[in-house]
Design a protein. Structure first.
Length: 95
């Protein structure tokens, strides 16, 4: 499954090597603290770019979609110097 992203990652295998892909029913935390439920990873029909479909677990419980490479990207430490989380979204594990 080929998909060219702005990070230079060209297929799902390379993404899996860099970071684990989000999977349905997992909970991920945004670096600003809110939690989201992963619904799926979808492919754009024209560009073949991969997108994460997810739902907020707060407020209006809205549905969102974001390019996979952006979802998995690192936090801009210059813009957010006080943020401790390394990645924009990180998987939450419950004990």
């Amino acid at each position: 499954m080929e998909s060219k992203s702005s990070t230079g990652i060209t297929n799902i295998t390379e993404l899996q090597i860099k970071r684990n892909l989000p999977r349905p029913d997992e909970v991920w935390r945004h670096f600003k603290g809110n939690l989201y439920l992963i619904l799926s990873v979808a492919t754009h029909t024209e560009t073949k770019e991969l997108f994460v479909c997810y739902r907020a677990l707060y407020g209006d419980f809205g549905y969102y979609v974001r390019p996979l490479d952006m979802f998995l990207s690192e936090v801009d430490q210059n813009k957010y110097p006080d943020v401790e989380q390394i990645y924009r979204f990180e998987r939450v594990t419950f004990n």
